[in-house]
Design a binder for this molecule. Structure first.
Ligand SMILES: Nc1ncnc2c1ncn2[C@@H]1O[C@H](COP(=O)(O)OP(=O)(O)O)[C@@H](O)[C@H]1O
Ligand SMILES: CC(=O)N[C@@H](CCC(=O)OP(=O)(O)O)C(=O)O
Length: 302
């Protein structure tokens, strides 16, 4: 535990006050679903991973239904390097050939999925680790990405290989897990119409799941404080229009692109709020859900 109240009763009284102040938020979210995207960069160390697991169990304990969708980009990168497979990204998406998709599935559905599931179970929850293939959860299609050549102004289609986007989500499957008291932990792997395996960006998968289950909130846990401006200062709130401007002027790049795109489409799809927050801050998720103090960037309609 990172807190140390020693024997000072005033500190314990403050803790009691904090628990009491959480009551209206517990009532607000009781019975509701919150989707938490747990990014590969936020999984840094085992102490933080245990705190994350404990916070997820706490949500379930107070009647909230957490659904965890995890990434694992850095961990996939490490494995590809060990296996001497080259990898490159376009707009934050990994170009995925046949050899790569095998390794992606192995890392995401294997080690990462099972270690998060085990950590939640160790903390007292009942987590079930699945991928988009289980229960026909994520039917996917090949992602069509176009770019405009700045010189010729001609649009061209990029072939990212086995990178997919969700086509159909099976929310009933998740609802059954939720009502049986289970916490779904989902690896962002989809299946295609012909049985092919698709590598789906975890942000995109989390957003599609949040919209399909009618989640109250989508929390994106990453390795930065939120969306930062050109000077590196946190932007607490951004509208769809500002997000577009930040993307055009290059303030938002790389892995932040799918995050922002997802937050926008998820809020458009009916989810009340999407927040990008720092997964390296212990209990940041609890602060975000149970207090008025937001610590990341809230994405909202114009
Ligand atoms: N404007 C921005 N504000 C914050 N991070 C940004 C911004 N533009 C690009 N990024 C990058 O996006 C990264 C987060 O995306 P990503 O690496 O995919 O994380 P995750 O593994 O959590 O999904 C940050 O670490 C940072 O390098
Ligand atoms: C298509 C694509 O880019 N897929 C991602 C899937 C994992 C992921 O999204 O992990 P993070 O959330 O940690 O970035 C990848 O291959 O890295």
């Amino acid at each position: 535990m990172l807190t140390n109240h020693a024997k000072d009763p005033r500190k314990w009284l403050r803790t009691a006050g904090t628990i009491s102040e959480a009551l209206p938020f517990m009532r607000r979210y009781s019975g509701k679903t919150i989707v938490i995207k747990y990014g590969g960069h936020a999984m840094g160390n085992s102490e933080l991973a245990d705190i994350f697991a404990r916070d997820i169990v706490l949500l379930k304990q107070v009647g909230i239904n957490p659904i965890v969708v995890h990434g694992g980009g850095p961990q996939i990168g490490d494995m590809l390097k060990r296996m001497a497979v080259n990898s490159e990204f376009v707009d934050g998406l990994r170009v995925t050939d046949e050899a790569t998709v095998e390794i992606v599935e192995m890392v995401l559905s294997g080690r990462i999925n099972k270690s998060i599931t085990a950590a939640i179970n160790k903390a007292g929850g009942t987590a079930i680790g699945i991928s988009g293939k289980d229960g026909s959860l994520i039917k996917a299609r090949k992602l069509q990405r176009t770019v405009r050549d700045p010189d010729s102004n001609i649009e061209k289609v990029l072939d990212l290989g086995f990178v997919g986007e969700p086509d159909e989500i099976n929310p009933e499957f998740l609802q059954k897990l939720e009502t049986s008291g289970m916490i779904p932990v989902i690896a962002p792997i989809g299946f295609g119409a012909d049985g092919e395996t698709y590598n789906i960006n975890a942000d995109t998968a989390a957003g599609a799941i949040a919209a399909a289950v009618g989640a109250s909130r989508l929390l994106m846990m990453t390795d930065v404080a939120g969306v930062l401006d050109k000077e590196g200062v946190l932007i607490p709130e951004i509208t769809f229009q500002t997000a577009d401007e930040l993307r055009r002027n290059g303030t938002i790049s790389g892995g932040m692109i799918p995050k922002i795109e997802t937050c926008i489409s998820t809020v458009e799809g009916g989810v009340n709020a999407a927040v990008i927050l720092d997964g390296r801050v212990p209990h940041g998720m609890l602060l975000e859900i149970f207090t008025d103090c937001g610590i990341g960037t809230l994405i909202k309609k114009d």
